[in-house]
Write a new protein. Structure first.
Length: 117
């Protein structure tokens, strides 16, 4: 699954974004769930897209299938938060080089998870 589209910020690091788009950058830092990156995807659209993609993947899988999903951090956070809504979006950690295993029941609810395997 693809990460959020960051528009004019794609390929720039935080310092470059701040130097080039200082007001947009600060607005986004202040409220990233409501403010979009310059010409980028807003969080609600990103969230909807990721969860629709996950639903499609899971609906195509048989109940005993194993599914491997490789994704960027934002996508992983959206998926994890869909299973654990009480989790803080920004505090979710998925270290590079690790994977997480989710066990789902027959209706797609998470009934077990092991992180950072």
């Amino acid at each position: 699954m693809e990460e959020s589209h960051f528009g004019a910020w794609e390929g720039l690091n935080a310092d470059e974004i701040q130097a080039t788009f200082p007001e947009d950058w600060q607005n986004w830092l202040d409220d990233p769930f409501r403010v979009s990156p310059t010409n980028g995807e807003n969080f609600q659209d990103f969230n909807t897209r990721v969860l629709a993609g996950l639903k499609n993947i899971l609906s195509d899988a048989a109940s005993n299938d194993h599914v491997l999903l490789v994704a960027h951090l934002g996508v992983l956070r959206v998926i994890n938060q869909s299973f654990f809504p009480e989790s803080n979006f920004w505090e979710q950690k998925f270290p590079a080089g690790t994977y997480s295993v989710y066990q789902l029941d027959e209706v797609g609810r998470c009934v077990g998870v092991v992180y950072d395997v």
